[in-house]
Design a protein around this ligand. Sequence first.
Ligand SMILES: Cc1cc2nc3c(=O)[nH]c(=O)nc-3n(C[C@H](O)[C@H](O)[C@H](O)COP(=O)(O)O)c2cc1C
Length: 154
Amino acid sequence: MLVIIWKESDLDNNVMMLSQLVYVSNRKPNCTHEEIDKILQSCKKNNPSLDITGVLLYSDTKFIQLVEGDSKLITALYDKIKTDTRHSNVMMISYGPIKERAFPSWHMGSKQMSGKDVDFKTDISAEDKAVFDNVLNGKEENGQKVLNLLKKFF
Ligand SMILES: Cc1cc2nc3c(=O)[nH]c(=O)nc-3n(C[C@H](O)[C@H](O)[C@H](O)COP(=O)(O)O)c2cc1C
């Protein structure tokens, strides 16, 4: 897991720190299509007013989510999401400050993926496939690689 530590001065109460967090988790069997709809409704209801953007990929058994926004709001959201009973084994892949958002126009873009047949926007290389497998297994520690891969879905 890659965690970038901020300088103490950056954590001044009044400074808005833009940060990005990526995690993977296991979608539980109780998380039906209806529940996915409810999750996306929560995103639609809550994320715009908090100015949280990002993307959510899901398969029958996995979630990969990237969230970006004010660091305090992102950690608060992650703490809430971690306790959600529709998934388990929530594992942070990367978290750190960013200069600009990767998905500024998505208050939570979502896409379904089907394990093997991943619907990439462009053809992906064998290297990308390997990163993707590592992401799904929670083994990818290079946040930039994960970001580059997620961008290929949208
Ligand atoms: C994989 C996953 C991703 C989620 N992403 C978000 C999110 O981006 N924003 C959000 O508000 N809730 C998200 N949720 C739902 C929260 O865990 C929680 O149920 C919801 O925010 C409660 O909203 P409410 O307090 O408005 O009822 C997600 C849940 C799961 C399982």
